[in-house]
Design a protein around this ligand. Sequence first.
Ligand SMILES: *Cc1c(COP(=O)(O)O)cnc(C)c1O
Length: 455
Amino acid sequence: MEHDCILGKSKGEWLAEFPILQDLCDLKETCWRNPDQLPYQQAVAQCALTMADIQDASARLQRFASYFISAFSETRPLEGLLESPMVEIPRMKTVLETQYGKSIDGNLMVKLDSHLPISGSIKARGGIYEVLKLAEEIALKEGYLTLEDDYQILDTPRFRALFSRYAVAVGSTGNLGLSIGIISAKLGFKVAVHMSADARQWKKDLLRSKGVEVYEYASDYSVAVKEGRIAAQDNPFCHFVDDENSKTLFLGYAVAALRLKNQCAEQGIVVDAYHPLCVYLPCGVGGGPGGVAFGIKMVFGAHAHCYFAEPTHSCCMLLGMATDYHDQVSVQDFGIDNKTVADGLAVGRASGFVGRFIKPLLDGCYTVTDSRMYQMLAQLADSQDIWLEPSALAGMIGPVVMGDQETADTTPTHLVWATGGNMVPQDTMEAYYRTGKACLLVERKQSTAWIFAQG
Ligand SMILES: *Cc1c(COP(=O)(O)O)cnc(C)c1O
């Protein structure tokens, strides 16, 4: 609901204090460079989490590798690790350069979290990790498991009987529910997923087919989370996965950076003062991109630059960071409706901790329209035969709008984090693609830049 008075100030007073809010309220695509980014060492010194925390999470995931090999056959090729490929997309780079009449220095790469095993989105990192941590805690406490055991034993009736005495609950716009629901049900937990109005029908159907209780709400993400929290709070045997506040989720996402370091080494990608790494991360509530960005800064240091990408209608993180009011304000307070086709990013109020935590490390944020996400979805499919969901394209425009900060003697690697898409049903994907082609036609008619670039 749009308010006349937000935290004691009129909308006019807010606009006077933070002029960027006018563009956000007008739903204009907006770039924000972070004026409060700190020198790297200083920023790291302020962090409440450390490399040791990321390594602890990584070791836990490693302990579960034999469980995954046993319980999910698709994890066998990577020996039980949930990891995604990183590939170069040179033809997409040319498409972007042509459309926007601007050359992109360096390489354009994409990180295909869209193709993570089990749930086909970035949520297969944090979401699954939090449930594994819970399972391990319970099994250790009940004397069923030691840290030295082969965790394959968790894929047995005895453990499923143990976990069936416990419940897991979560609120979601879709993908987090999918991850938490699938892994919890497989381990044997009772699991309830509280879905916002954004959640696609096929995600709810899939979860119900796996025995997950799905609750549906006509409202947005914040309400789904609140309902999940309420449903869990009176039950000491129910663990609520708190996407708005969980450090565990965050650390699960951060592990991505340790793996990325190996992938860069394998592919001969150097990150140093002359070869900066610029990473573009679609942002919803902030845990996913925040965790990955934190990990990347810890692993690659000052030569990595991270940017968050949001839909123009759901710009909660940019709003929170630019004003420093973080989770105290929502986009709805300012009359922005939080309605977007990018269901993974349809969040109106940012995480309770991520914005404050990551701000000293972050280079900037920007927003992107639904039309542009659709266009890039079709362009990526045509040029590279890579099929993503709309949310996952938010990062793709980053090299065009934020990527020209480097000096002439540097060759950056632009890494677009493609956060989801592999599980989208084919008819839904075809409809996304057709919409993308239609948006491109409209865009071409409107944009002389495009016509000139085409010759
Ligand atoms: C959840 C999600 C994100 C963003 O993660 P947050 O933790 O909500 O910021 C990005 N892309 C997709 C496809 C997602 O499902």
